[in-house]
Write a protein that binds this ligand. Structure first.
Ligand SMILES: Cc1cc2nc3c(=O)[nH]c(=O)nc-3n(C[C@H](O)[C@H](O)[C@H](O)COP(=O)(O)O)c2cc1C
Length: 284
């Protein structure tokens, strides 16, 4: 990979600085990710009384800020306004899932079924058809993708799914199958890597969405990073809605120690890195 970059961007060796090998988005990503230090600060804030007081006053300030901005949907008071009709019956279960979706953070520890996990993965990033169905070329998936390049990968961390050995899996979308990468219990590792440890209590599966940026940046250069993140949002939402429709709870999570999750899944954190987690399980 580094060699490919060397060929692609010869100017980047000027001065021999390693950072010049990186694309801008790689630098930005590195600068903005959550680290073990963030997790340690969070832990101290919870356990050290002085830090806890500081955290509470920071939370109060944040609350005041929310009160000022959170409910501030813009209003164009001088423009004509018309009330909109209610939802049509046609929307059926989709309307219910949209209405009832909430981030669920308390799980009962009960397993989900393999059928439920399969449905979640299919709704999130499954192959739903082909642009050229006869030759089964140019697959299309449950979510839109910039340029149809599908830069994401999906890794279910299985804690409690009926009929599955706990461990790290990869969702192979083209055959709608799971590949077991590393068997083993994951509860402790999750508690270590989630900034909000309570989320590690009782979920059935944590779906890791990773970005393999080159798939998109090869066509869109720096914009490929943006498109990859947007696509992760699509998949996260599809998973959240599917979980709600299946009667499960789900919480989207950006607060995790990225290097820790990467190590757990076996990602290098440069060419492919964990972007977004969906913690899913039976509600408490
Ligand atoms: C990008 C993103 C990251 C999030 N990260 C976390 C997180 O790390 N931990 C958490 O408990 N909730 C997380 N959430 C959930 C939000 O807190 C939640 O969506 C918000 O409070 C609105 O509540 P609702 O989802 O129930 O409507 C995240 C949501 C989004 C969209």
């Amino acid at each position: 990979m580094a060699q490919q970059r060397q060929q692609g961007f010869p100017w980047q060796f000027e001065g021999g600085c390693l950072h010049k090998l990186l694309r801008l988005y790689e630098l930005y990503h590195e600068r903005s990710k959550k680290t073990r230090a963030d997790k340690e600060l969070m832990r101290r804030a919870q356990h050290d009384p002085l830090q806890r007081t500081a955290m509470h006053s920071a939370e109060r300030a944040l609350q005041e800020h929310y009160e000022r901005v959170q409910y501030g949907s813009k209003q164009y008071r001088r423009s004509p306004r018309m009330a909109l009709p209610p939802l049509p019956q046609q929307l059926g279960d989709l309307a219910d899932a949209i209405r009832h979706r909430r981030s669920v953070r308390h799980f009962g520890g009960l397993p989900i079924s393999l059928v439920q996990l399969a449905a979640l993965l299919f709704c999130g990033y499954g192959v739903t058809g082909y642009e050229d169905p006869q030759r089964r070329c140019f697959p299309r998936r449950a979510v839109p993708s910039g340029g149809g390049l599908y830069p994401l990968e999906v890794y279910p961390l299985v804690l409690a799914v009926e009929g599955l050995t706990p461990g790290v899996y990869h969702y192979e979308a083209y055959t709608h199958a799971l590949e077991l990468l590393t068997p083993g219990t994951l509860d402790e590792a999750l508690a270590q890597h989630l900034l909000h440890e309570e989320l590690a209590i009782g979920p059935a599966v944590v779906v890791v969405l990773s970005g393999l940026f080159e798939r998109s940046s090869v066509k869109y250069d720096e914009s490929g990073y943006r498109y990859t993140l947007l696509e992760a949002g699509h998949v996260g939402h599809a998973l959240s809605l599917a979980a709600t429709a299946l009667g499960l709870g789900a919480c989207p999570v950006a607060g995790f120690v990225e290097d820790g999750v990467n190590d757990l899944v076996g990602l290098d954190g440069v060419d492919e890195t964990a972007l977004y987690l969906l913690v899913i399980g039976q509600r408490w």
